[in-house]
Design a protein. Structure first.
Length: 179
């Protein structure tokens, strides 16, 4: 997996995309000047594929790359990729002196998740978001607060994406061993 190399470097990780969507994604990414012809899709295999529902178990591929976050807006990237619907991805940018960082996660089942990140990579929440979570749980069972906080943190997205993240790390490792 690529690692950001500069302060303004963002990361796009397409954890899983069906083979029949790759050319559409390539076109989209090249139109946004995010990738060149030099990128390589990696086949996704192993346990992660079995965590997806039966209709998505076609040939799946992954791709990750960095981009200049001072030139291309992460919100636009996430929005364009989410329009494809049948892919699992994350887009993130680091914070800078003027703005917080961004994290977007998408799964076909859950849709898009967004949070802001501080210098340490922690998610940042506004007072109103926390008050709403507390308020929603005031007259309900104790589990409501936990569920509201899990929603703020994007726990459901992480649960769906984590097996795919691990599979991508395995793919990268196997690719390095082969070369």
């Amino acid at each position: 997996m690529s690692v950001p190399t500069t302060f303004d470097t963002g990361l796009v990780a397409i954890h899983a995309a069906p083979s029949d969507y790759l050319s559409r994604i390539d076109t989209l990414l090249s139109e946004m000047a995010l990738i060149s012809a030099a990128h390589r899709w990696r086949p996704l295999t192993g346990y992660a594929v079995h965590t997806l529902d039966q209709t998505t178990r076609s040939l799946l591929f992954s791709l990750d790359f960095t981009f200049d976050a001072s030139v291309v807006d992460a919100t636009r990237i996430a929005s364009e990729l989410a329009g494809i619907q049948r892919i699992w991805f994350e887009v993130s940018t680091p914070p800078n002196e003027d703005d917080l960082g961004q994290r977007f996660a998408f799964t076909p089942v859950l849709g898009i998740f967004h949070s802001q990140l501080d210098q340490g990579g922690n998610q940042v929440f506004g007072e109103n978001q926390l008050l709403a979570a507390i308020s929603a749980s005031t007259f309900r069972p104790a589990d409501e607060l936990r569920l509201a906080l899990e929603s703020l943190l994007g726990v459901a997205w992480d649960q769906q994406l984590e097996p795919l993240r691990r599979a991508n790390l395995e793919s990268c490792y196997l690719e390095e061993l082969a070369s």
